[in-house]
Write a protein of this length. Structure first.
Length: 218
């Protein structure tokens, strides 16, 4: 039987970085569900679909084949056969993903793939509704969060390190707007599972968070 770890939490809480590191320490497969939703969002942007056009999004998602491969232990997201890792972390794709991920047709398609991966392998999976919807029977569930300003500062530092010019206050506002959308959407809203352990990373280093989660997994 496979061992599954579910990590949920709002955008910018460091879920991907933490989950990837914990998976490496434990020898689990890391499934970045956010990257899968971002790949779908990238597809919609390339197709010129409006973020509020639910009918077109539901129809177009049938044309997107999104799969995951592992190359030298690293996850590669394939969109219709193309490695799109380099395009997934822009603000434009992130905002589009918040809209498209709320569409039932999009979620149904991607959840099936995520559950299939978890059924056959020991996985650590992060997202917005892993412990509540995707892997409700996961052996370990964690809700990872941090204040909106801490999350905005992390994102700001990440972008400026790449040489991009950005506005800290706008990033914070975008994060809070995304939190609201994620928590109030009709389909699988962001919320802490009843049996999840809350880990607030606002005043923790990455190493401390990793150690805490490894301890919880046992």
């Amino acid at each position: 039987m496979s061992f599954n770890v579910a990590i949920d939490g709002p955008a910018g809480a460091g879920k991907s970085t933490i989950a990837r590191a914990v998976a490496k320490k434990k020898g689990f497969i890391y499934v970045d569900t956010g990257a899968m939703y971002r790949a779908m969002a990238l597809f919609m942007l390339r197709e010129g679909v409006e973020p509020t056009d639910a009918a077109t999004i539901a129809d177009k998602c049938k044309e997107a084949d999104i799969t995951i491969q592992y190359v030298d232990g690293e996850q590669v997201v394939l969109l219709n056969g193309e490695n799109v890792n380099a395009y997934l972390r822009t603000e434009e794709v992130g905002n589009m993903a918040s809209n498209t991920s709320a569409q039932p047709a999009v979620r149904t398609k991607l959840v099936e793939l995520q559950q299939a991966l978890a059924a056959k392998s020991d996985v650590i999976m992060d997202g917005r509704d892993i412990g509540t919807v995707v892997l409700p029977n996961a052996q370990v569930k964690i809700y990872l969060t941090a204040s909106s300003m801490v999350r905005a500062r992390r994102r700001y530092d990440e972008l400026t390190a790449k040489g991009e010019t950005c506005d800290l206050e706008k990033i914070r506002q975008d994060i809070e707007d995304r939190d609201y959308r994620d928590m109030h959407r009709e389909t699988s809203p962001l919320k802490q599972a009843e049996d999840a352990v809350l880990v607030d990373t606002s005043d923790m280093t990455i190493e401390q968070v990793i150690d805490r989660i490894v301890e919880l997994i046992g």
